[in-house]
Design a protein around this ligand. Sequence first.
Ligand SMILES: CC(=O)N[C@H](C=O)[C@@H](O)[C@H](O)[C@H](O)COP(=O)(O)O
Length: 223
Amino acid sequence: MSDAVFPFRSIVVSCQAGADNPLHGPGPMALMARAAAAGGAAGIRANGPDDVAAISAVVDLPILGINKTGDRAGVYITPSFESAAAVVRAGATVIALDGTPRPRPDGASLADLVAAIHDRLGVPVMADVDSLAAGRHARAAGVDLVGTTLAGYTGESADGDGPDLALVRELAAEVDCPIVAEGRFWSRDDVLAGFEAGAHTVVVGTAITNPMAITRRLVEAVR
Ligand SMILES: CC(=O)N[C@H](C=O)[C@@H](O)[C@H](O)[C@H](O)COP(=O)(O)O
């Protein structure tokens, strides 16, 4: 299932804008996705049924759907079967979800959630993880892809300005499925380093689709 999701050494573009962002909403995200597709992206990562529906209507690429809900202190990336089903109904062809061993709000195990998504929705699953231990746990629970999305965003891992290449390297060496490098990839050198570290696919979000954050980063650099 996993090898067919994204081609080897491909770039997926994450098109997401929160409520604080002037680009928030399905219209702007669909335009971002079209621009990414025209630039050669192999897939689009998108959040929530509205954005996923708008993007799947205009872009003919695999859509890595997530559904962020709930408290950012805990599991919030596609925390339940229903949250996954909603984005699949909207057009997602792959689901990404929190693949850490942290408790899900409904108490379901990761293995049961992954099995339900496979059996009832018929799409592959990517685990967003923060550590090698979480990657191993997620793969044992049946996920098809493991990504470094949550590295730097939980108590398990240190925050930083750049990607967690060490985690990409560890996962690529130890976990027997395609590894998706995601989180704080800003430049061509970062992307090349991600593939060098063993990534199958690199997901780039903010550096492509969030001009507010890009501007803020540059403004803060010259303060
Ligand atoms: C931690 C978390 O919730 N990450 C989210 C997951 O979908 C997004 O906010 C990120 O933009 C995405 O992972 C891409 O990463 P970056 O924007 O750094 O290229």
